[in-house]
Design a binder for this molecule. Structure first.
Ligand code: CA2
Length: 164
């Protein structure tokens, strides 16, 4: 597995590799509405609650979360590009982009670190059009159907894959 390395200099000006502790957490379209509608599917937690939960889980392992949500595919792609050579890993809930956004697939394929796909619900137990993920082939793995707990599992999956 390739890892994203930043460089740091010690007092003797020797360049030392330093593993980035930054993890990008991305949320796709409509997830800004979490907690406002469809609580029977997505629960009552807001997006801020999810991000805070992931931040706390990451902090327990010495990782820091940089979180973004966008309803625009291009904005998500720009965030993925900005994670290159800077973030150790990406955790992404692409929302409905999961099922057809090949440009997000391509952007993630160009990211060197682990990518964890996470879903609050279990798309495979829902409508047939949700059963395809174009993100899964470029993800290290996927966590789905466990609600907020899935974000803790996603963080743990990252921890297991980035250098201690
Ligand atoms: O279960 C997930 O996390 C999903 O990524 C959520 C997406 C859905 O298209 C995927 O198939 C599975 C939908 C996000 C919509 O979120 C809303 C939240 C509250 C109210 C309305 C929509």
């Amino acid at each position: 597995m390739r890892s994203n390395l930043a460089t740091a200099r010690d007092s003797d000006s020797v360049t030392l590799p330093e593993v980035s502790r930054l993890v990008m957490l991305l949320h796709g379209p409509n997830l800004n509405l979490l907690g406002e509608r469809e609580p029977h599917i997505y629960g009552t937690d807001t997006l801020d609650d999810y991000v805070e939960f992931a931040r706390t889980a990451a902090a327990e392992h010495g990782l820091e979360i940089e979180a973004h949500q966008s309803n625009a595919e291009g904005a998500l792609i720009d965030h993925i590009h900005s994670a290159r050579n800077r973030c150790a890993a990406i955790i992404i809930n692409p929302g409905a982009f999961t099922h057809y956004a090949w440009a997000i697939h391509d952007a993630l394929a160009a990211f060197d670190g682990p990518v964890v796909e996470v879903h609050i619900s279990n798309p495979n137990a829902r409508e047939p059009w949700r059963h395809t993920s174009v993100i899964a082939p470029v993800a290290s793995g996927s966590v789905m159907g466990f609600g907020k707990q899935g974000y803790d599992l996603a963080v743990r999956a990252v921890v297991a894959r980035v250098a201690p």
